[in-house]
Design a protein around this ligand. Sequence first.
Ligand SMILES: Cc1ncc(COP(=O)(O)O)c(C=O)c1O
Length: 387
Amino acid sequence: MNGVANLSLAGKTAVGEIAFIDLKAQQRRIRARIEARLGAVLDHGRYIAGPEIEELEALLAERTGAAAAVACASGTAALIIPLLAAGVEDGDAVFIPAFSYNATANAVLLTGATPVFVDIDPATFNMDPADLEARIGEVKRDGRLKPAAVIPVDLFGSPADYRAIGAIARREGLFLLADGAQGFGGRLDGRWVGDLAPATATSFFPGKALGAYGDAGAILSQDPGVVERWMSIRWHGTDAARKNSVCVGFNGRMDSFQAAVLLEKLAIFDDELEARAHVASIYDRRLSAIARPQKHLAGAQSGFGYYSLRLPRRDAVAQDLKARGVPTAVYYATPLHKMPAFERYAPARPLPATEAVASDILSLPMHPYLTPDQVHYICDCIEAAVG
Ligand SMILES: Cc1ncc(COP(=O)(O)O)c(C=O)c1O
């Protein structure tokens, strides 16, 4: 989900303008510090591989508990690089949830491997470990593809079931890559997204909980040994001197300006995370009786990049909310296995939870600068619309 349109979605109401994602309020808070950081980049002139990159990588590793971090050009680059480094290629099966942003499937296909769509849990909206086991069994029996990797997605910021999926990956010898593009700031059993799988890709697309002012992403690793390879792939596959190509790579780098912005945004991230959790707690309290908000695993805290729920008459409710000045979004109306680019990989049997959730999911305004009055106004509108 890039939510490109939704960065500017806002409606006027009696409790002020309600934005789906409010980047302006955040900018007002830290603009002077961001300008100083950007000014420092203009002064040193190292627009690529400036000192901000290493500073950011160290901070990302420190705050997530990961052994190392590698800054990337985007969340998509952060998915492709570890897959290439793990040797994922043509003839391999990579298991991904059918309910995700298209980048998860694209990253697999760009390595030459084949995506195998796995159903989700209808309450958490994340990959269902039991269906993963079933799909692995099918691929093995069929014999045409080699099970190679699994990519759970932390949908809307809620950590996937790494306990169960990690155990399956270890038993089956699968490379476990977390798609934490939406997951930064989430926790499971006291550990942060970034330290829940051997490798985690995250996105700093502007609309994400931690967003840059352009495209950016990062890979986090539990094993510092892989980082050299990731850094090489990120820089056209070159050696440390950046002269000879030692493997296939591409331009997967983050630029110094984006790292500068992210460093200032990281300084207020914990505070923003708390504010997001507070907004979610009001939504949960007010809406659980009339809708089905996303459930989180026991022991998990969502980073609440998004707040999503299942509710009856979704499209009519969304229209009604729009008329009352409340912007909403549908992530995702079409599951991956039904999209033209991916339908040839659709499984023979249905994905009932994915299809059910796609039919009634709705994302509500979520950002740290929503006032309690605004959140209550949104809940009042939903109550009125649901009837
Ligand atoms: C689940 C998921 N994976 C991957 C990506 C790709 O991230 P980026 O847009 O930074 O390439 C996104 C971005 O929206 C996403 O939501």
